[in-house]
Ligand binder design. Sequence first.
Ligand code: PEP
Ligand code: MN
Length: 337
Amino acid sequence: MIIVTKSGATPAEIEHIVERIAEWGLKTEVSHGAHRVVIGVIGPEDLIREKPIAAIPGVESATPVLKPYKLVAREFRGTESKVKIGNVTVGGPEIVIMAGPCSVESKSQITEIAASVRDGGARVLRGGAFKPRTSPYSFQGLGIEGLKLLAEARESSGLPIITEIMDTKDLPEIEKYADCLQIGARNMQNFALLKEVGRSKLPVMLKRGMSATIKDLLMSAEYILSEGNFNVLLCERGIRTFETMTRNTLDLNAVPVLKAETHLPVVVDPTHGVGVREFVPAMALASVAAGADALMLEVHNDPEHAKSDGEQALLGHEFAELVQQIRKVAEAIGRSV
Ligand code: PEP
Ligand code: MN
């Protein structure tokens, strides 16, 4: 249910609305728009509908959300959400670039890449410590040791870090080190994991499953928000199609569709979307033109010897050149990098 308050509703009236709803055992999320305050009511819809919300002073209207996703729906908040990763804001005018290797491999590898992507224009460092690999015989990541190396790279580079969580049992350990949690494509519908990160204080980037519809992605995000964590980023990373010339098919349709459907910021990962180094820059530029709020790009200092995804990683200088081009596209649409 979405409550729109009367224009000129006083802070005391807003507080009263929130208190009255709390008395009914329901939660609220208050968003301050330019002219009105929008209050989203969280709880079972049929229970909410029974309550005389429209009778509370200061309420102009109370409208049920008819979509299957409620809290992520754009109308739930009068404004777009901004999500902070460390001191970096995603969802504002700046397009945030997250970059780094697929996997953390060693201290020198991650600290070198961190410095290189920072100098090239990245604002967040990515790196996998727990890796979801198709084969159990492939490199599985350094685990907790990888988290420690990431934290050291944050120290040396000043960049906040994002890293993938695959298992609910790892959350307490990952929370000690990470600034943002990543849920990978393969876990987009791991509902136990979604609920667990929904109870975390850290922001979460949720990647679209490789065979998931946009609606599936939104329903999965709803799990996280319904546990109380509204700091969620949605990431398009390519879907499986019949195409074989690229690793996946980057569904850029998802960007304007998601922007229309949800208040959550939208990230695009052209690296996994294409899977071929030489095609990544074109799709990164297209992602920005399509309206992405952030990009995630894999960068490696020695892709030939990378333990995962070397064939799609940009070199440091290629990344820096790409950021210059991204800046031009961003400026052309009234944004910055
Ligand atoms: C990754 O970011 O390294 C990764 C494994 O991505 P995805 O979950 O999109 O395949
Ligand atoms: Mn990867």
